[in-house]
Design a protein around this ligand. Structure first.
Ligand SMILES: Nc1ncnc2c1ncn2[C@@H]1O[C@H](COP(=O)(O)OP(=O)(O)OP(=O)(O)O)[C@@H](O)[C@H]1O
Length: 256
């Protein structure tokens, strides 16, 4: 087991945004999380990333409780990619510096002694892995397309060789063709680098394309769980059926 959430709760102003959540991510698995807007998906993601402190419950990474204040190593093991790459990037920082932020923050022994040319080599390798030409390293975010920016954010997320990446609507700001390319890239990277994913999206077709197992969230609670295969077969909660029908069969099958 890579990640385990036991009875996790998060309250804002005495209101439970995340309520009694049990969730697991196995090694090498992509787990999907879907639910209507406001159901608590992003809050749960932030709890997993240590960006929000949980009110109660427990988060375990490989059986060990995650500390309230994460140390550098713990932070480097769970990375994130969010919806809007432009908002996640500092417009005044060159691509190379944005890309190397987790490396620099981690200050691994091998990294802190890295000669500048070695750092550039590392950055080039990372960009290559996500299909962005190395000559983009000295450029600024506004010189990249939306898809390229998201590729840079993916390269940044894999830079510390994390065990888990949490994706929160990673393709929502991209056009349909770019979305499909990014999803395929994510699948390839997961296989090649033996990572696990928690993939959060409104887009059930994308979630089903990516994930082996899917959790359905409503009003802060996990109300259903299905495998990719039995999502359309098993006896599901009416809310889950509603989510599926909202996409329609054609859209749900589009990426499969
Ligand atoms: N820092 C905060 N303080 C108070 N309430 C918050 C805070 N963060 C989130 N909430 C509330 O928690 C609820 C769940 O929000 P959250 O962003 O987790 O939902 P979501 O399922 O990710 O929605 P979406 O799909 O629209 O992103 C919302 O009602 C939101 O207003």
């Amino acid at each position: 087991m890579l990640l385990q959430l036991d009875n996790v709760q998060k309250y804002f102003n005495k209101k439970a945004t995340v309520c009694e959540v049990d969730l697991i991510v196995k090694k090498g698995e992509c787990v999907g999380l879907v639910g209507e807007s406001g159901s608590g998906k992003t809050t749960l993601a932030k709890c997993i990333l240590g960006l929000e402190e949980i009110t109660s419950g427990q988060l375990l990474l490989e059986g060990r409780p995650l500390q309230r204040k994460r140390d550098r190593t713990e932070r480097s093991r769970i990375q994130a990619v969010f919806q809007n790459p432009s908002a996640s990037m500092n417009p005044r920082r060159k691509i190379i510096d944005t890309l190397m932020e987790p490396y620099d923050a981690l200050k691994l022994k091998e990294i802190s002694f890295l000669h500048n040319t070695t750092r550039i080599e590392k950055a080039k390798q990372l960009l290559e892995m996500v299909g962005v030409p190395a000559d983009y390293l000295p450029k600024y975010p506004h010189q990249l397309s939306g898809g390229q920016k998201q590729r840079v954010m993916i390269a940044k997320a894999i830079s510390t060789q994390p065990d888990l990446i949490v994706f929160d609507e990673p393709t929502a700001s991209l056009d349909v063709t770019t979305q499909a390319k990014i999803l395929n890239l994510l699948k390839d990277l997961k296989e090649n680098l033996s990572m696990s994913y928690l993939f959060i999206s409104h887009d059930l077709a994308a979630v089903r394309f990516m994930s082996e197992r899917i959790y359905i969230m409503k009003e802060g609670r996990i109300i259903d769980e299905a495998t990719k295969e039995n999502l359309f077969l098993k006896e599901l909660q009416p809310y889950t059926k509603q989510l599926i029908s909202a996409f329609g069969d054609e859209r749900s099958e589009r990426l499969l």
